[in-house]
Design a protein around this ligand. Structure first.
Ligand code: ZN
Length: 252
């Protein structure tokens, strides 16, 4: 019998928003396991799949196989180009030089072709900010967030880049509220940093991501433990700067 759309069961959309994976495969797998247990139906990636840690190719292939909307991060951009990294901080530059050697031409091309901004369902996704996405500005206070809101035409925009979960709300003015579970109100706009999977910098080493339940209009932040000792072992075995193994434990 032919099925009509009326008798197709569509589960309510629960979307996992994850990014700043930074080649940390243990963290990525732990987050995806957790998201599956949370009955997530869809995935959206905030970019910075590679850079810093030891599994760039494996993380790239894992995300690529998911075929989920993904935006480009600055490390994805740097790892897939041939430009000089001299202006960068030396630790990030060393990791990116190493990362460039780990990726095949076709993988670099996939990274290069990622879009800067995407609209998904009723929200927008960008790695840094909507006002100048290719300038990779850091949003660390409500004044930075104001510039973004001028270019935000959806109720919610999710982003990453600072590796610190943050929530900015614009109603009659822009304010920062704690990055905890929240319910979306129709009268406000939201600019939400979903934190980092592979290198959190808010003092908590556990992976961070968010789940947006469209039907409940609810956003929940999740923190997930992973096998950090294994990630550290791989960083050192790869000959990457030791500081990269230390900082993931300190969450900075
Ligand atoms: Zn990043």
């Amino acid at each position: 019998m032919l099925q009509t759309s009326a008798n197709l069961y569509l589960p309510p959309m629960r979307i996992a928003l994850f990014g700043d994976i930074h080649a940390n495969l243990e963290a990525l797998e732990a987050v995806l396991d957790d998201a599956a247990k949370q009955e997530v139906t869809d995935y959206v990636c905030m970019g910075d799949i590679v850079g810093y840690n030891a599994d760039p190719a494996a993380c790239l292939e894992r995300v690529r196989a998911m075929e989920c909307p993904t935006v480009k991060g600055n490390h994805d951009d740097d790892a897939s180009g041939n430009h000089s990294l001299d202006n960068m901080n030396p630790v990030a530059a060393a990791a990116l030089e190493w990362t460039r050697r780990q990726l095949g031409d076709e993988q670099r091309q996939w990274l290069r072709r990622l879009r800067m901004v995407r609209q998904v369902s009723d929200f927008t996704v960008v790695h840094s900010t909507l006002d100048q996405p290719a300038h990779w500005n850091y949003v660390t206070n409500r004044f930075d967030a104001m510039s973004n809101f001028s270019y935000q035409f959806t109720r919610i925009c999710f982003h990453g880049h600072t590796h610190v979960p943050r929530v900015y709300v614009k109603s009659d003015r822009v304010q920062e509220v704690p990055a905890e579970s929240l319910v979306i109100e129709d009268s406000a706009k939201y600019f939400i940093n979903v934190g980092s999977v592979g290198q959190p910098r808010d003092g908590d080493w556990r992976s961070c991501y968010a789940i947006y339940d469209i039907e409940k209009k609810q956003i929940v932040f999740r923190r997930v433990e992973y096998d950090i000792a294994e990630t550290q072992r791989k960083i050192l075995a790869a000959g990457l700067p030791e500081m990269l193994a230390e900082r993931i434990l300190e969450g900075r």
